[in-house]
Design a protein. Sequence first.
Length: 332
Amino acid sequence: MSTSSYVLDLIQRPRRLRRNESLRRMVRETDLSVNDLIYPMFVMEGENQKVEVASMPGCYRFSLDVLLKEVAEIAALGIPAIALFPVISEAKKDETGSESYNPEGLVQQTVAAIKAQTPDLVVITDVALDPFTSHGHDGLLNESGYILNDETVEVLSKMAVSQARAGADMVAPSDMMDGRIGAIRQALDNEGFTNVAILAYSAKYASAYYGPFRDALDSAPKSGDKKTYQMDPANAIEAIKEVELDIAEGADIVMVKPALPYLDIIRQIRDITDVPVAAYNVSGEYAMIKAAGEKGWIDEKKVMLETLVSIKRAGANLILTYFAKEVALLLK
């Protein structure tokens, strides 16, 4: 049979359904929606402050008064949730991160103000000590510099309750201490916050993609690294174990961080659980697209959308992304 006659005899022609945009939309398997997005935001002390993060073009640290204006815009775009991260002054940091559960602290005041202004917006608070500790680690240190797990969990539980009391809809432990989800769930329930959800950073890897985020918060560790508590990038089976433990302890949503280098992990987790799966399109992923776009090497908007679709296609129900506002404007 000649090649030409074989082509003529083809029954299956997938290109038929790619012929025009209307057909492509009709059979599209993955659609990105504004409802999928969570917008990470940085809040700082002071007034009338909007400071761009040098390594994250288009992302800013906001003082609370300016942040509230930005939050109103975000809600108007239909973005359903924000994830809040604080920039804490050095004067308020100490070895134990005690400012993290201060009822008059920056996070607590910010949450209360947002919920008073925009009550329907879901406010997610970070539960980790690195923005609050003088050493920049996510937990308490012993004399040799090793992170104390159980002692840290006690502080994290106090922090989560404090955030819930301020009005947080969801707390997001990002520290990677063992057993912290169960301890936080119990602490919240004991204080009457049974409706406050937990978004667990279940598979958070010791990644080189976090650099710009640490610039934004000035929270890089002063010594050592985070490899004794964040996951080894080479491991996949361990991620499943972490997810299963977090779900058993009471996590409402589980998350993979970063997203792009770990699309296989997102897929595997999606396949083994019916709990919603989130993925964090982290600062390094964002910065690379922005930098290449500024150089004219890529079409920034197309790459942005393709990237987020790939994360959703891998199995993520929710995506934390610094592109959220840009995407919402494009989708509107």
